[in-house]
Design a protein around this ligand. Sequence first.
Ligand code: PGA
Length: 260
Amino acid sequence: MRKKIIVGNWKMNKTHREGMEMLVHFLKLLDLELSLNEDSGKEFPEIVVAPPYLIVADSAVLAQGWDIKIAAQNCSSEKEGAFTGEISASMLKAAKVDYVIIGHSERRNYFGETNQLVANKINRALESNLIAICCVGETLQERESGKQFQIITRQIQECLFHLNNDQLSKIVIAYEPVWAIGTGKNATPEQAQEIHKYIRSVISGKYGKEISENISILYGGSCNPQNAKSIFSQPDVDGGLIGGASLNARDFIDVVKAIL
Ligand code: PGA
């Protein structure tokens, strides 16, 4: 059965000290408010925190003994060598990172990442036994011209369709409409459900129904404690990739609670 997953993407926010303080605060709230739920029979989500690189390794040390996982926000498309400024998937694995976000729209828009580059990064992540969170989503212009299905199909084909069944089972997909990211304008639950169901059908067309039913598809884009419950209650929405609302421990806990 597919997992429910909530990922907090801090983006380029928080110094080491600020980040560690917030994580400690978050873990205390988690202990106080959610530990009982683990025995309640309700499906408890996988909670993943994606801090900036400089905080990743210490976050992973802190996370040990807790029921949370650490993600990186990016990794290199290369294995190792003379690639100044890059961080490899194997370095992340050695730092006890479990997940890596790949192809976020900010990487695509501001750093020119193409579907081909995203596919290469996914390969590196899988070689290092990281779970790759592959981000897809259309811009406002693409949605307004009715191209969202076409764009998302292409992103999935070019980023993921070279993988075999086994490799695809290590992938999480995040649907993040670009017009909803950081804008305060979330997709409606119906809009999210429509695309998530569509993504599942695209996966099913290539890998079969069983695999498509088992892949977790997260929604991202202005998801917050107020709107999370209605979005997470959609049948094909398996959790969220949370930006702004993950920067505050209280808000992030409330988003996690919204999926219970
Ligand atoms: P947001 O960001 O929640 O701040 O809109 C989501 C994301 O980019 O992952």
